[in-house]
Write a protein that binds this ligand. Structure first.
Ligand SMILES: *Cc1c(COP(=O)(O)O)cnc(C)c1O
Length: 409
């Protein structure tokens, strides 16, 4: 007798990313249709009545639901191994809507300090105007979550690996301390993890006990530098609350963006494996390079977070440390600009996670508009170059950095 096919949630990530739930006899297109519409024709007014009575299966308006977007969400939920995922127009739309579905005036968030610049500035400049405060916890002293938590604390927020220093936050430890804190203050505290740098291929915060997974799909999930989107994944009840925020703040994903994302997901596992491999090789190459002062990559034994990364990224086999590498070159910001300008394969551009290698100088990009004290807290120095390693031939990437470093030196 033939053994039955595994259930979708038992399949490998690559299979779930490619097929989603469509693993049954299904007559129709193999590629998903792009349902490029803002509204939907009702069969008759019975549909309108069913919608008014709360039936979630009636499509009424694309800001609420769209079949192409729903299909992408099903793929993403399966990949994250969770009940539901919600697709947004950008990573920031996902992050802000997810946060605002939990906190209200007077509440507080405790966060690890090294954050994506947009998230950090949202915490610094926007949330306080709504009476919501953010305090920072040291990633090397997560035990302090318990003493810092008060009855106002509603979210423990983290990002790992961090941008741009690739610092590692121990997610299991953060979850454990959050549960202790929740006992102390007698209410639920949710843990949020921005998983953009690692991706669900390399690290799954939900499997480590976190409540909410956030990812900018603009980066590795999209992977081709041509789509803006963001994902929130978690329980059905959490996603329902986040969906309410989405409807009012309006950060819905566009059907064409959802289509591009579905197309990208077919090669997601392949791409990220290649980026892991290339980044591992490039980081070793640059660490041995005489014109590089420092290399930050969680896969390197020299990296302060290496042991935790080995545990929580699927890098135990040596290939799950992600595609982001940060280096420091001599000569400060001018030295970094010289190297970036001399690169011929790698492209000098913001963003990350695409098939092409990109470089950026954090001082002028992700961490612009920050005081010296804030830069120090984020571990950013002027001579830093952040590299998003692509899937080009590794020998070409290495040769490019080799020539750029010698030209700039
Ligand atoms: C890019 C990024 C975001 C924001 O995503 P957008 O799609 O640009 O809105 C959030 N977190 C991290 C870690 C990012 O790299």
């Amino acid at each position: 007798m033939k053994s039955p096919a595994p259930l979708p949630e038992q399949q490998s990530l690559a299979t779930r990313a490619i097929h989603g739930k469509k693993l049954y006899a299904f007559r129709g297109p193999v590629a998903p249709p792009i349902v490029q519409t803002s509204t939907y024709r009702f069969a008759d007014s019975g549909d309108a009545i069913r919608y008014a009575q709360g039936d979630p299966d009636v499509y009424v308006y694309t800001r609420y639901h769209n079949p192409t977007v729903t299909e992408a969400e099903e793929h993403l939920a399966l990949m994250a191994g969770t009940e539901k995922a919600l697709l947004f127009s950008s990573g920031m739309a996902a992050i802000t809507s997810a946060i605002l579905s939990v906190v209200k005036k007077g509440d507080e968030i405790l966060s690890t300090p090294a954050l994506y610049g947009g998230t950090y500035r949202f915490f610094r400049d926007i949330l306080p105007r709504h009476g919501i405060t953010v305090r920072y916890i040291r990633p090397d002293a997560l035990g302090s979550i318990v003493s810092m938590a008060t009855k106002r604390t509603k979210i423990i927020y983290c990002e790992t690996p961090t941008n741009p220093t690739l610092g590692i936050v121990d997610i299991a430890e953060l979850v454990f301390r959050t549960r202790q804190a929740a006992k102390k203050v007698h209410h639920r505290i949710l843990t949020f993890a921005d998983n953009t740098f690692a991706t669900v291929r390399n690290q799954n915060p939900l499997a480590l006990g976190a409540d909410v997974l956030l990812e900018s799909a603009t980066k590795y999930l999209g992977g081709h530098t041509d789509v803006m989107a963001g994902v929130v994944a978690g329980t059905a009840s959490f996603i329902s609350g986040a969906h309410t925020q989405l409807k009012y703040y309006g950060g819905c994903a566009d059907p064409f963006a959802a289509y591009l994302l579905l197309r990208s997901l077919k090669t997601f596992d392949l791409r990220v494996r290649c980026q892991n491999r290339n980044a591992m090789a490039l980081s070793g190459f640059l660490e041995a390079h005489p014109r590089v002062k420092r290399v930050l990559y969680p896969g390197l034994v020299s990296h302060p977070g290496h042991q935790i990364a080995r545990r929580q990224m699927t890098g135990a086999g040596g290939d799950g440390f992600g595609g982001m590498v940060t280096i420091e070159v001599p000569g400060g910001a001018r030295g970094a600009a010289g190297v970036c300008d001399a690169l011929r394969v790698a492209v000098n551009a913001m963003s990350l996670g695409g098939v092409e290698t990109l470089v950026s100088i954090p001082l002028y990009s992700s961490h612009v508009n920050m005081s010296a004290a804030e830069l120090a807290r984020h571990g950013v120095t002027p001579g830093m170059i952040r590299i998003s390693v692509g899937i080009e031939g590794i020998q070409d990437i290495e040769a490019d950095f080799d020539q750029a470093l010698s030209v700039a030196g």
